[in-house]
Design a protein around this ligand. Sequence first.
Ligand code: DGY
Length: 322
Amino acid sequence: MAKPIVYVTRKLPNEIISELTEKYQVKMWEEEEVPVPRDVLMKEITEANAVLSMLTDTFDEELLNMASELKIIANLAVGYDNIDLKACTSRGITVTNTPDVLTETTADLTFGLLLAVARRIPESVDVIRNDEWKTWSPYMMAGSDVHQKTIGIVGMGSIGEAVAKRATGFDMNILYHNRNRKPKAEEKLGASYASLEELLAKSDFVVSMLPLTKETKGMFDAQAFDRMKQSAFFINASRGGVVNEADLYQAIKGEKIQGAGLDVFANEPIGSNHPLAQLDRVVALPHIGSSTVDTRNRMAMLCVENIKHVLDGMEPLTPVKI
Ligand code: DGY
């Protein structure tokens, strides 16, 4: 009997792929830095029984109409806004993501971004790189304190809670806003629930950990930035689409807020000519929230396990539920 076909949409290490090759025929897009072109994916999807996909691959009706053999899309990310879930469900295609294994790593990066923008770390690195350090001076690169300030986390899922845990080490006052209250987080981390308006008004650091959905799209807009303190920073390590980037640019440029730390953008990748990347008080990163070798290996292995489970007729470990 022919082996089931697994299509991997980006080059992954041999140690990961070898976990699949015994039981399956594995086909892979052999590039690390270039996403699989749409036309190639359209062709490969026609015979694939499983796909190990990236957040750069769009699974919409048009593509899924070609996927007559497909049983599972195992997305190498906790987010899955690149996949039309309804269209998958109606075709009996299981979608899985990679929660939990990236929680702490993403929280580390989020907090690092917060520190970097508050203490002007990248700008300070440039002072030396550009030979601009002439002498020590009292207010050179004077930034903003983080300890004992108020952090407002919007989207208190597991990564939001992990960010809050880090904030306790900095003696921060922790506010959060979420669809539902999190009594355990309130008790364990001393976090207080706040309406979005209250959180925006009171926080020194507003941190978005929101998934991108119809409801959250463009949620951080001019009105939201107007509500924030002039001294506040906006941090986003979730999805770029939750922000109106033109409004954020105006808010920083017009000194309505102090700056931003951004790991994600509405249309990725961005270049140095992106307006936000040109502002001194913006620290812009290329979507590296969960990017450590250990965590990316764990994410890839979880995708592999999910594929094995589904192709063997079992429940996947981490299904996305509609
Ligand atoms: C995710 O998992 O959704 C991240 O954005 C990718 O690291």
